[in-house]
Design a protein around this ligand. Structure first.
Ligand code: DAH
Length: 351
């Protein structure tokens, strides 16, 4: 084997043995570097005559090309191996199940509120929304509460550190009943215009669901709770209509015809006569018990007057019910606080 062939062979094997790119570059220097073996041979050519120089030069060039080809191939080989190792080390198991995001759902009380709105809307009731921070006049006075009524006391009602026009602190509304008067005031101009235009006085038929607040906390009372007010005033709206509307509502809400209703005489300042509405399931786990679900009554003439309406012409009923309690009855939940603890294990059951 001539000298050139053996240099090529030794270079190819040195490259093959180089385990890292750095090893490889060191090996390259031994053959192609400034004092590499091939470079030394090229330097030796200076002493040769022209013909010899030509043939010798061609041979050395061939050897050089062979060594460079081997070097390039090995460089590529090492780079491929490194990439392969990297891929292996950072391997992703694409067959692993992904991290799932739970599907959300409405809160059970929101579900109830939506249900109440839908049912009453289907009976022609408007749905109204109003402020949770109320004036003393709207929460109490307009609703015929005497000045010394216990509901006004700090033990029952939350007050806000801010005073209204009357110099009395605003309250967190303890019921949705102020919405009766607010709603009438909001629409009074429309009613007056209609009458002026010769139409008969339009009816007021509205529900007002929302948050309410009282100083109270136990298994069946929460300082923040919900109410839904109802009001139907017209020329000739009576308790009979209340009974039909409320029975229809309860049967639709609880999805059963097997349900009785009873009006139990009671007292509220804003209605006369007044009644608690009790319901009784004829079957199921609650069968046979009378369950109180709402307060109601014929709207007191003073309240109608405070609405800006004539109590001789606007007669009808109002009711106030507790959506929280309706939700408990519907789903068989016995502690109200569960609704407001925010425990996903409880809430997820209503999705
Ligand atoms: N506002 C009453 C309460 O908070 C509930 C109520 C009773 C509302 C009779 C009414 C009604 O509209 O007519 O307990």
């Amino acid at each position: 084997m001539n000298e050139l062939d053996s240099i090529v062979e030794s270079a190819v094997s040195a490259f093959a043995q180089a385990a890292t790119p750095a090893d490889l570059e060191n090996a390259k220097a031994r053959y192609l570097g400034k004092s590499g073996s091939l470079t030394e041979l090229m330097k030796g050519m200076a002493a040769l005559g022209p013909d010899e120089k030509k043939s010798r030069g061609a041979a050395i060039n061939l050897a050089k090309q062979a060594i460079e080809a081997a070097l390039t191939a090995r460089r590529q080989g090492l780079a491929d191996a490194e990439l392969q190792a990297q891929l292996q080390a950072q391997a992703l198991d694409v067959s692993l199940p992904g991290r799932q995001r739970g599907t959300g759902g409405l809160h059970p009380i929101s579900l109830t509120m939506e249900r109440i709105e839908q049912i009453f809307a289907s009976m022609g009731f408007d749905v109204a929304d109003g402020p949770e921070i109320e004036t003393d006049w709207h929460s109490f006075t307009s609703l015929n509460n005497p000045p010394n009524h216990p509901a006004r006391s700090m033990q029952d009602t939350f007050y806000v550190d801010m005073k209204g026009d009357d110099g009395i602190h605003y309250n967190l509304r303890p019921h949705t009943s102020p919405m009766q008067v607010r709603y009438a005031h909001q629409h009074i101009k429309k009613y007056a215009d209609a009458v002026k235009a010769g139409a008969s006085m339009p009816e007021i038929r509205v529900i007002a669901p929302g948050r309410t607040y009282r100083v109270d906390s136990d298994a069946t009372h929460s300082p923040m709770f919900h109410q839904c007010e109802g009001l139907w005033l017209g020329e000739n709206v009576s308790f009979k209509d209340l009974k039909v509307v409320f029975t229809d509502f309860c049967r639709t809400f609880f999805e059963t015809e097997d349900l009785a209703l009873r009006f139990r005489p009671s007292f509220f300042p804003f209605t006369e006569p007044s009644a608690e509405i009790d319901i009784q399931f004829q079957s199921g786990p609650l069968a046979g018990r009378w369950l109180e679900v709402a307060g109601s009554g014929q709207v007191h003439p003073t309240v109608v007057r405070n609405m800006g309406l004539d109590p001789e012409k606007h007669i009808g009923f109002a009711f106030g019910m507790g959506p929280d309690r309706l939700t408990m009855l519907r789903y068989g939940v016995n502690d109200l606080r569960l609704y407001f603890d925010g425990d996903i294990r409880f809430l997820a059951q209503f999705r």
